[in-house]
Design a protein around this ligand. Structure first.
Ligand code: HEC
Length: 134
């Protein structure tokens, strides 16, 4: 009896530890904090992935965010909040923030979660492309 109690206590401890403390990494410019499971991630594909990312962006994102990512796509015009200017945003946030937002979306806005639609590889490709936007 005592042993199984200890076992359960240890399990609970491990679970709590796994859930982690709130993320502390910065996102800059007043942006929301990146959750712990995403915090600190950097693009495993590197900058060369931008060319593939441009294709992913054209098919999935341009309608709202516009060709240059300035938030001026035709389907974005009527949205509130409006699609973000990604050229501007990318100068203020790290890769972890972009990856997290694209993967899980922005609740309460037209920015949907792309996980399950795009592969993680495609999301990193599009992150690399966003880094080229001016
Ligand atoms: C249906 C329109 C629509 C599409 C399609 C769309 N977005 Fe968005 N996106 C939005 C809107 C609206 C926001 C602003 C959300 C906000 O203000 O929090 C946004 C915000 C973002 C942000 C910033 C999130 C934040 O909170 O800072 C990123 C990054 C982003 N989009 C990337 C993408 C990428 C990459 C794609 C394509 C894979 C994409 N979006 C497709 C509408 C769209």
């Amino acid at each position: 009896m005592k042993k199984s109690f200890l076992y359960v206590a240890v399990l609970i401890f491990i679970l709590l530890a796994a859930c982690g403390a709130p993320a502390s990494t910065n996102t800059g410019g007043g942006a929301a904090a990146v959750p712990a499971e995403y915090a600190g991630q950097t693009n495993p594909l590197g900058a060369e992935a931008a060319a593939e990312g441009a294709k992913v962006f054209r098919v999935n994102c341009v309608a709202c965010h516009g060709e240059q990512g300035h938030g001026d796509g035709p389907a974005g015009a009527a949205l509130s909040p409006a699609p973000k200017n990604l050229a501007e945003l990318q100068t203020t946030v790290a890769d972890d923030y972009l990856y997290w937002r694209i993967r899980t979306g922005s609740p309460g806005t037209a920015m949907a979660p792309w996980q399950g639609i795009l592969t993680d590889e495609q999301i990193w490709q599009v992150v690399a492309f966003i880094r080229t936007l001016k």
